[in-house]
Write a protein that binds this ligand. Structure first.
Ligand SMILES: [Zn+2]
Length: 280
């Protein structure tokens, strides 16, 4: 799906730009939750994999074009592509173009964390075949703790933190490293959630009393809104569960609109305190 009509948020326009779909092991996504419970919500294929989206968020404000998250990109090996059943077509650059922008129009990229399925499109082979930054003018906002984890990954995280996804940007001084909760542009705030990774952050987009929260992998899919469902992909599951309670309490009280990056079905909606209220 590309070129969908944007959603208005105050003076901002929000577009969902897909970098394609892939599949991930359902057991990894749902952790200790029994399959008999989750398979009603996410139907697994013959390899026990469930469908995952890459719903990047483009925010057009009166001052800037800001992209939150940057997909998987074109650099996966054939084996990885096969394992994840990754189907990129048409991909982030085409989705951006359908929204009427060129890569050089992007001023800022904000990353929830640095796993390959969130920043993989940022560095891609150019016309000469050499790796180059996809967004030549943009600064890229990363959380300090997350950058440290990417630089020195623990053995479990190493396959997810790929050096080639950020190395070029780091060397070119194109990273904007923030430490903790911070306003990164007018109306755009990052807030550390932890849980999935130590430095994982959610992105709050706010204008004229309306807020959209880009949840990243803090809430991998909508089914994980359930208070005691925690993903096995979270490095800090107990922290994830505790912070989720506080996060959702605020989301309901402030009527924040939640954006789910990996959700293939109804990726936008409100948490009412008792259930999910989808928004089209
Ligand atoms: Zn992810």
């Amino acid at each position: 799906m590309i070129a969908a009509a944007p959603r208005q948020l105050g003076r901002f326009q929000l577009y969902c730009l897909s970098d394609g779909r892939f599949r991930m092991d359902g057991g990894a996504v749902f952790g200790v939750v029994p399959r008999v419970l989750w398979e009603k919500l996410k139907v697994p294929d013959a390899h026990n994999r469930i469908p995952m989206a890459t719903n990047c968020m483009l925010v057009r404000t009166p001052d800037a074009n800001i992209l939150v998250e940057a997909g998987i990109g074109p650099k996966l090996s054939d084996k990885e592509r096969d394992n994840f059943a990754f189907d990129r077509e048409p991909g982030l650059p085409a989705a951006l173009s359908a929204a009427g922008l060129r890569p050089e129009d992007i001023d800022l990229v904000v990353l929830s964390h640095l796993h390959f399925d969130h920043c993989g499109a940022l560095v891609a082979p150019g016309q000469d075949g050499e790796l180059a930054a996809l967004f030549p003018r943009a600064k890229h906002v990363v959380q300090a703790r997350e950058l440290e984890a990417w630089r020195h990954p623990d053995p479990r995280s190493r396959p997810s933190y790929k050096p080639e996804n950020l190395g070029l940007l780091e060397r070119a001084g194109r990273l904007l490293v923030v430490d903790g909760d911070q306003q990164v542009a007018p109306g755009i705030q990052v807030r550390v959630t932890g849980g999935h990774t130590a430095g994982h952050q959610a992105v709050y987009v706010r204008d004229q009393e309306q807020t959209v929260v880009f949840t990243g992998d803090f809430l991998l899919v909508r089914a994980l809104l359930k208070s005691n469902w925690v993903s096995a992909l979270d490095l800090f599951p107990l922290e994830a569960m505790q912070r989720k309670a506080t996060f959702l309490e605020e989301a309901a009280r402030e009527r924040q609109l939640l954006w789910f990056y990996h959700e293939t079905d109804q990726m936008l909606g409100y948490w009412t305190g008792e259930g999910f209220e989808p928004v089209n």
